[in-house]
Design a protein around this ligand. Structure first.
Ligand code: FE2
Length: 237
């Protein structure tokens, strides 16, 4: 499996709080069947998670060395999770790190944002020549209430990334019901653990893979848990 959304990079946001925790998160992921993981530290100016490109690139290099020394055979890539506000997008555009230097930009919104804000954001990102990936759409009220927003987002050329925990009900019943409807309609293209630690928000994904495979078929599960991510990250084989 490939995890495209995680807060494994230590000491940069509300994710991993130590190098030891980060190593454990990677070990757990690898043992659970995740071969590659994208580290996506928050870039969220309103929350003062200020992790611009250069800073995380240098921290990532240092961390990669530690992981190599520990011989954890998981492949790591770098990206970020940008909390979209129009002003921050304009003012800090060059600080937004795409997923493994691709055209794909992972972005999140406030949970109570309007559907229109999501759709406008997609236009802005597309205008700049990038492809938006909306993080955990099932967690936004606007999409829980009106799934049409998700259909429109896809029509406009965005891709949707579900959190592995949502299908297991760990982000609440509304998110769980919403994700079942979206999976039914094949609106989801990627999965992320959105892991923040080794306990309550961990890197394990296989249970969710089994769930998707059982209810929606193994072809679709393989696409969203692996093959689609391979394509955007440029992973061979
Ligand atoms: Fe996240």
């Amino acid at each position: 499996m490939i995890d495209i959304h995680s807060h494994v990079l230590p000491l940069v946001d509300d994710g991993s709080s130590s190098i030891e925790m980060s190593l454990k998160m990677l070990q757990q992921a690898y043992q659970d069947g995740t071969d590659a993981i994208v580290l996506t530290p928050h870039l969220a100016y309103p929350y003062r998670f200020i992790n611009p490109k250069e800073k995380i690139e240098s921290l990532f290099k240092d961390f990669q060395r530690i992981v190599d020394d520990e011989h954890i055979p998981i492949k790591m890539y770098l990206g970020c999770e940008f909390l979209f506000t129009k002003d921050d997008f304009e003012n800090h555009f060059h600080e937004i790190r795409t997923l493994n230097n691709s055209q794909y930009m992972l972005m999140e919104f406030y949970f109570d944002c309007d559907g229109e804000e999501i759709l406008e954001a997609i236009s802005h990102v597309k205008e700049r020549g990038y492809i938006p990936i909306i993080a955990h759409p099932e967690r936004y009220e606007a999409i829980q209430i009106d799934e049409d927003v998700a259909f429109k987002a896809k029509e406009m050329g965005a891709y949707l990334q579900m959190n592995k925990a949502s299908i297991l009900g760990r982000h609440g019943t509304r998110a769980q019901e919403c994700i079942y409807r979206m999976l039914e309609n094949h609106l989801i293209s990627f999965v992320g653990s959105d892991a923040h630690n080794v306990t309550t928000r961990n890197t394990f994904m296989y249970k969710s893979y089994q769930e998707v495979s059982y209810y929606f078929g193994s072809d679709y599960a393989n696409a969203i848990f692996k093959n689609n991510a391979k394509n955007i990250l440029g992973i061979e084989g």
